[in-house]
Write a protein that binds this ligand. Structure first.
Ligand code: PMV
Length: 351
C-alpha cells in the first residue's frame, strides 16, 4: 500500500458548504511512542475507541475566498489551533487538491474536560478529517464507505498519529503487524471474530490526578525516542507484544490482558524517564492509585487495572462482567481521593 492511492482527483467543483462530524477519542493498549518522517510509526499500536469522549466539529467552507482558517473551541477563538490547522491543510493539499481554495471557520467542542489529558488531538483531528472527506465527496465525487474511512484515517494520521485509530469503533490497529490489512499509513479495525466477548464491553474511567498542561507534548516525546538508547528494543518489544495480545483477545485471557496492558503503560513512562532530558510524568497520586489497584487485585482477585497516556492521569480499566459494582464502589471510596477535584470521566467501550 502506498500514499499514491490517497492522491486527490484533479477535477473538482467547489461551492460554499457547511459540514459537521463527530469523532471519539481512543486509548492505546500497545502504545505508539516514537515515529519517523511523515508520521510513520516506529511500531504498531492497538487501541480501544471510547464511546462518550468525543469532539463535535462544524466546518464552514467559503469557496473562492483567500485561504485562511479560523477556529473556535467551545465558543472561544483559538488562534494557535488555527495556525496548526493551516499548516496541516497545506501539508495535505496533494490528497485534497481543492483544500486551499477557500476560507474556513471551524467550531469544535469536546464532550470531556479540556484539562483531562484525554486525547483531544485524536478526536479533534479525527473529526476534522471526517469533515474534509465529506467536503471531498461533495467536490470530487463519492467514495465507497471503506475508501472514505480509510482516507479519513490516512488524513487524520497526518494531523496527529494516534488520531487515525479514532475513525473506527472497538479495537483498532495502526502500523504494520501480523494483523490482516494493517498499515503504517492508516488504521484498521481489529477483526471482530478474533475478539472474545469479555473485551467487547469494557469500562475506561479516567481519574483526573492532575489537571492542566502536560509537561511534555507528544511531539517532544516522540522526538526523545530518536536519541533514547533503549528505543530500538522498545519498538521490537511492541511488535512482539502483538503475538500474546492476539491470543489474549481470542481466548478472553483477562489475566494476560492485565499484565500486558499495565506493562505497556509502565514501559511508556520508563522510556520517558530514560530520555535525555528525562521526564517523570506521573504524580504522587498516580503512584498511590497504582499501588492501591495492585493491593485491591491481590486481595479480591477482581479485574481492575490501569493504563496511562503521556501524563499523570490514570485510565482505570475493568470489564462489565458482573463484578463491576464492587470495583466501582472501590474507585469511589479509595481512589477518587487522589484526584484534584474528585475528577473522573466515566467512559465505556461497547461494540
Ligand atoms: O498521536 P500523538 O502524536 O499525540 O501520540 C500519542 C501517543 C500516546 O498517546 C502516548 C500513545 C498512543 O498510542 O496513543
Amino acid at each position: 500500500m502506498t500514499t499514491q492511492e490517497f492522491l486527490g482527483k484533479k477535477e473538482f467543483t467547489i461551492n460554499n458548504q457547511m459540514v459537521s462530524e463527530s469523532c471519539p477519542s481512543n486509548i492505546a493498549l500497545i502504545k505508539y511512542w516514537g515515529k519517523y518522517d511523515n508520521q510513520i510509526p516506529a511500531n504498531p499500536s492497538i487501541s480501544y475507541t471510547l464511546n462518550h469522549c468525543k469532539t463535535n466539529t462544524v466546518m464552514e467552507f467559503l469557496a473562492d475566498e483567500n485561504f485562511s482558517v479560523q477556529t473556535f473551541l467551545a465558543g472561544n477563538e483559538e488562534v494557535k489551533f488555527a495556525e496548526k490547522i493551516e499548516k496541516y491543510f497545506k501539508n495535505i493539499e496533494q490528497y485534497l487538491p481543492w483544500i486551499l481554495k477557500g476560507r474556513y471557520i471551524i467550531k469544535t467542542e469536546n464532550t470531556f474536560p479540556h484539562s483531562s489529558g484525554i486525547a483531544s488531538s485524536a478526536s479533534g483531528f479525527g473529526a476534522i478529517a471526517k469533515c474534509l472527506i465529506k467536503l471531498d465527496e461533495v467536490f470530487s465525487g463519492e467514495l465507497s464507505e471503506q475508501e472514505a474511512l480509510r482516507k479519513a484515517s490516512f488524513l487524520a494520521r497526518l494531523g496527529s498519529g494516534s488520531a487515525c485509530r479514532s475513525l473506527y469503533n472497538g479495537l483498532v490497529v495502526w502500523g504494520e503487524s501480523q494483523i490482516k490489512g494493517s498499515s503504517d499509513l492508516f488504521a484498521v479495525k481489529y477483526p471482530d471474530d478474533e475478539i472474545h466477548e469479555i473485551f467487547k464491553n469494557f469500562n475506561d474511567w479516567v481519574l483526573l490526578i492532575h489537571e492542566g498542561q502536560k509537561s511534555v507534548s507528544s511531539t517532544v516525546g516522540h522526538g526523545l525516542m530518536n536519541t533514547n538508547p533503549y528505543a530500538e528494543r522498545r519498538f521490537q518489544e511492541a511488535r512482539e507484544n502483538f503475538e500474546p495480545m492476539k491470543k489474549i483477545l481470542k481466548t478472553g485471557d483477562i489475566q494476560g490482558f492485565i499484565k500486558l496492558v499495565e506493562h505497556e503503560a509502565l514501559t511508556l513512562h520508563a522510556m520517558m524517564m530514560m530520555s535525555d532530558p528525562a521526564f517523570i510524568l506521573m504524580k504522587t497520586g498516580t503512584l498511590e492509585v497504582i499501588n492501591k489497584i495492585w493491593n485491591f487485585r491481590n486481595e479480591t482477585a477482581l479485574p481492575l487495572f490501569f493504563t496511562l497516556d503521556a501524563g499523570a492521569n490514570v485510565h482505570l480499566l475493568f470489564p462489565n462482567d458482573g463484578n463491576e459494582e464492587k470495583i466501582k464502589s472501590f474507585i469511589e471510596t479509595d481512589l477518587l481521593q487522589h484526584t484534584q477535584k474528585n475528577g473522573v470521566v466515566k467512559d465505556v467501550m461497547k461494540f
